[in-house]
Design a protein. Structure first.
Length: 87
């Protein structure tokens, strides 16, 4: 019985969809974001109107205006005026 419950739990965990944050640059200029995830630091440049999927396991994002936000994954973020609007 315990083995069956364990198998069901593992199966459910493997079939759960991966959540990631979506970031869209609504500004007229390219915006550079600094992303720290699991000890790794990456910079991404978002062209005007472009969208990137980031942080499938949660992360910290430093915005062009210097603000730092924590994302769990699953959020929709709009960059406007170098600031973030998290939905």
């Amino acid at each position: 019985m315990n083995r069956m419950i364990l198998m069901l739990l593992v199966s459910a965990a493997m079939s759960a969809p991966a959540m990631a944050a979506s970031v869209t640059n609504r500004d007229a200029d390219t915006q550079v974001l600094i992303i720290v995830e699991g000890g790794s630091r990456v910079e991404i440049a978002l062209e005007p109107g472009s969208t990137e999927t980031i942080c499938p396991s949660g992360c910290f994002v430093t915005l062009p205006n210097g603000d730092r936000i924590a994302l769990d994954g699953g959020e929709d973020v709009d960059i406007v005026g170098g600031s973030a609007s998290v939905k």
